[in-house]
Design a protein around this ligand. Structure first.
Ligand SMILES: O=C(O)CCC(=O)C(=O)O
Ligand SMILES: [Fe+2]
Length: 264
């Protein structure tokens, strides 16, 4: 049993607060609701981050690389609309990733992902009744690589929340930028004018201030966001802890093929 994260009484580093403490949880929930983002600084101790980087960085060549252009909605273009309509404007994304079945069985990332205290915290802060792994072998824990020139173009996420942790920052670039409340997916508001302004660079954007080991909760369904191109020889590394609010949800075979180049 590996216990890198001292689950039962986890103290938020640099504070006396615990992610099991109801007052702290309430504060975090308010912050996430207000800002659409929450950063738990120093969540994973530096020594453990270093171990994860050591176990993963040599495996960059085993990652599955994809390069695509897409609209911000991650949907096919609409030929009825002009090519420069905000629905059809294309951005570029390129990255490499290690799928869940490529993460070592004894990786500290598995302890974090399974940690019952963390899962309880996420449910409380996100306002969901349950939190479950993906029902496929690839999607739950992913390590993303972005070498020089690789970037994620502006997009909205399909999922309502994401849990990520930077593992290694590049020398420059690789900055997470976001603009809250650009669309309202549930109300059917596509936010075309706001999307166009962000793509034109005429809207101020927020920059996420996060360091390796910080745990980030981000609501990316209505917040437009991107990761700028990595600059320099240090590859950006980030882990995505993917959960579902419902049990028994897996990605479709075609989605698995798109993301991982395989289905099992
Ligand atoms: O790499 C990041 O910091 C964010 C990744 C992201 O936005 C995504 O995978 O949808
Ligand atoms: Fe995203």
């Amino acid at each position: 049993m590996h216990n890198h994260t001292a689950s039962a009484d986890k103290v938020v580093p640099g504070t006396t607060l615990s992610i099991a403490d109801p007052g702290y949880v309430a504060t975090c929930r308010e912050r996430l609701d207000a800002d659409g983002v929450l950063v738990l600084r120093g969540f994973l101790p530096r020594k453990v981050v270093d171990r994860v980087v050591a176990e993963s960085s040599g495996r960059e060549r085993e990652a599955h690389y994809t390069r695509s252009t897409h609209n911000v909605y991650l949907t096919p273009a609409d030929p009825e609309l002009a090519p420069d309509h905000p629905f059809n404007r294309q951005v570029a994304s390129s990255k490499g990733l290690l799928a869940d079945d490529q993460i070592p069985a004894d990786s500290p990332l598995r302890d974090v992902y399974a940690d019952p205290t963390l899962r309880g915290f996420l449910c409380a802060v996100l306002g969901i009744d349950g939190i479950h792994p993906y029902d496929d072998d690839l999607s739950s824990i992913n390590v993303h690589f972005a070498a020089a020139g690789q970037e994620l173009g502006w997009h909205f996420d399909n999922s309502s929340f994401a849990v990520t942790m930077l593992l290694r920052a590049p020398d420059a670039g690789g900055v997470f930028e976001y603009v809250p409340d650009v669309r309202d997916a549930d109300a059917g508001d596509m936010g075309f004018d706001r999307v166009g302004a962000v793509l034109d660079g005429t809207t101020p954007v927020a920059t996420l201030d996060h360091a390796p080991g910080d745990l980030v909760l981000f609501r990316g369904r209505n917040a437009l966001h991107r990761v700028t191109p990595t600059e320099g020889t240090t590859t950006r590394m980030l882990v995505v802890f993917a959960y579902n609010a419902e049990p028994d949800v897996g990605l479709s075979e075609s989605a698995l093929q798109t993301f991982y180049g395989r289905t099992a």
